[in-house]
Design a protein around this ligand. Structure first.
Ligand SMILES: Nc1ncnc2c1ncn2[C@@H]1O[C@H](COP(=O)(O)OP(=O)(O)OP(=O)(O)O)[C@@H](O)[C@H]1O
Ligand SMILES: O=P(O)(O)OC[C@H]1O[C@](O)(CO)[C@@H](O)[C@@H]1O
Ligand SMILES: [Mg+2]
Length: 449
């Protein structure tokens, strides 16, 4: 067994704006609900570890085991709903379920807590900055009633850093008490800055994140919302590539899928269809040439079975395509994320050249579904998941929790301190059981080297 993740009590403690003195309007729903197999009482904790080996390796008394604060409604809350003003913003790339989260937050706030002043900030963090001139929209149960049926975000989104001082100026000016931030790792870093500035100024603003990422790269969350919809959509491209590959002599299907630094979409989409012969992910470098290289392997697959199917995550093989471009930098996007070399185009060229050089017939069909997988509406699973995350986020914020995100860990909804959620990137573990399943399903060697 590997070392247990280094987390301690302090890292898992969630910051609170102050004591909760207001009786929650949800009290009648809660009155006598103790922790059971299906419910966690607000005073209970969710264990960080879930195996005997992990727990015993900590060698600490049970009360010192690392644990997350449970999500869910509190009997006493911090904010008086009648006086509470709320802001919502979506940032970063699209993700299925963004509208569902907005809808879930608005309806929970209004229907159950009786909060009526909810403002949507337009186009990501730009929405707080006056010089962009974006309007602020009133969000009501009526305006969000049917938005879950659409992909994208009704609020718009953007990349590019904005000054947290200016953002807090805007929040203060509008007397916002709670800010819900829906976004990925960059957005959550920004949220941490907003919470820091608000705290330094002594402003009692709760900043609560709902992590968004089709890449599933936020840690301490079993799976992020939108991920399931995205990989389900991606698997359609695998079906198409398989049909093309098996219908041509020497057919070779190549599918490039999103996944900058984490190959979860490529792994899950491939496992969903079991047609892939090779899955390439950013976490595992590979070699093209030589006996143990990818190209020779593909030639053997085509000679033996008549076709081959490769699924590659966009962040895989970056060092190979960079080397071909003389190590030239691709620059960064507005948020400072490194732009990637197009590994799909690179592999298409190298595979085509190789088969021509060895004189084996090969018909390559390259499919890149690109933005198609993240702009679709949430599937029923993600619709349910997003509404539950939205509820958890509202409960947390109304109870004065701040600088935190909601998540689901080992099937329980929890509060994760923001610094922990951005402490590192969630990636496919080459020694983990997910990658082992991929190896079992594809039959590919653990490494091409
Ligand atoms: N360290 C940071 N401090 C303040 N703001 C940040 C920071 N990093 C990113 N941001 C801001 O957060 C917003 C979204 O960041 P980014 O474009 O990286 O998307 P993301 O939230 O990581 O989502 P995606 O999964 O699509 O990458 C941008 O406005 C960006 O400038
Ligand atoms: O919208 P952009 O800037 O092209 O972003 C693309 C990136 O965003 C993501 O979809 C994450 O949001 C990545 O998978 C992808 O690399
Ligand atoms: Mg990001």
């Amino acid at each position: 067994m590997g070392e247990p993740l280094t987390v301690d009590h302090e890292a898992l403690a969630v910051r609170t704006l102050g004591p909760c003195r207001v009786t929650s309007p949800l009290l009648p729903l809660l009155s006598a609900r103790p922790t059971t197999q299906h419910y966690i009482d607000e005073g209970d904790k969710v264990l960080f570890d879930d195996t005997l080996a992990m727990v015993s390796s900590r060698k600490v008394p049970i009360e010192e085991l690392p644990s997350f604060e449970a999500a869910g409604p509190r009997r006493k809350i911090y904010f008086d709903p009648a006086k509470t003003r709320v802001g919502i913003v979506t940032c970063g790339g699209l993700c299925p379920g963004l509208n569902n989260v907005i809808r879930g937050v608005v309806t929970e706030l209004t229907t159950h807590y009786g909060v009526t002043r909810i403002f949507g900030f337009r186009n990501g963090y730009q929405g707080f900055i006056a010089r962009y001139g974006h309007d602020v929209v009133d969000l009501t149960p009526q305006t969000v009633a049917t938005i879950g049926e659409d992909g994208g975000t009704i609020l718009g989104t953007s990349r590019g850093q904005q000054d947290p001082e200016e953002i807090v100026d805007c929040l203060s000016r509008m007397n916002i008490n709670i800010l819900f931030v829906i976004g990925g790792d960059g957005t959550l870093r920004g949220a941490g800055e907003i919470a820091r500035v608000a705290n330094e100024r002594g402003e009692k603003i709760a900043v609560v994140g709902i992590p968004k990422t089709i890449d599933n790269d936020i840690p301490f969350i079993d799976q992020s919302f939108g991920f399931q919809t995205a990989f389900a959509k991606a698997s359609e491209s695998i079906v198409a590539a398989h049909a093309e590959a098996t219908s041509a002599p020497g057919g070779l299907g190549l599918v490039r899928l999103m996944g900058r630094h984490s190959g979860f979409i490529a792994c899950y989409a491939s496992l969903a269809k079991s047609d892939a012969d090779v899955v390439l992910i950013p976490e595992i470098p590979f070699t093209l040439d030589g006996e143990g290289g990818l190209l020779n392997y593909l030639r053997r697959r085509i000679e033996e079975t008549g076709h081959a199917l490769v699924v590659v995550a966009e962040g895989a093989g970056q060092e190979l395509s960079a080397a071909e471009n003389g190590g030239q930098s691709t620059g960064t996007d507005a948020s400072g994320n490194r732009k990637l070399h197009d590994v799909g185009v690179f592999l298409s060229r190298r595979i085509t050249d190789y088969f021509a050089s060895v004189g084996v017939e090969m018909n390559l069909k390259y499919i890149d579904p690109s933005y198609v997988i993240r702009s679709v509406p949430a599937n029923p699973y993600d619709s349910v998941y997003t509404i539950r995350l939205a509820h958890a986020a509202v409960h947390a914020a109304m109870a004065g929790r701040t600088e935190m995100v909601v998540g689901r860990w080992r099937r329980r909804f929890i509060h994760i301190p923001l610094p922990l959620a951005i402490s590192h990137r969630n990636q496919v573990d080459p020694s983990g059981d997910l990658w082992m399943s991929v190896l079992e399903a594809t039959g590919q060697p653990p490494r091409f080297q």
